[in-house]
Design a protein. Structure first.
Length: 57
């Protein structure tokens, strides 16, 4: 159960980062450095989620 809870938590954070990325890219003068950092964080979360899911199976 703890793994499932962690996956949900990470999924929520992943969705939040996705919204931030979408908001930033929709701005006329988006910050490329910020976008790269947000995308890197999102990828790390995705990798952690996938790793946890693999441990469950």
């Amino acid at each position: 159960m703890a793994i499932e809870s962690r996956i949900r938590e990470l999924g929520t954070r992943h969705e939040t980062l996705d919204r931030k990325i979408q908001d930033e890219t929709s701005r006329p003068n988006s910050d490329g450095t910020m976008l790269r950092e947000l995308k890197r964080q999102k990828l790390r979360l995705k990798e952690e989620i996938e790793g946890l899911r693999a441990r469950m199976h």
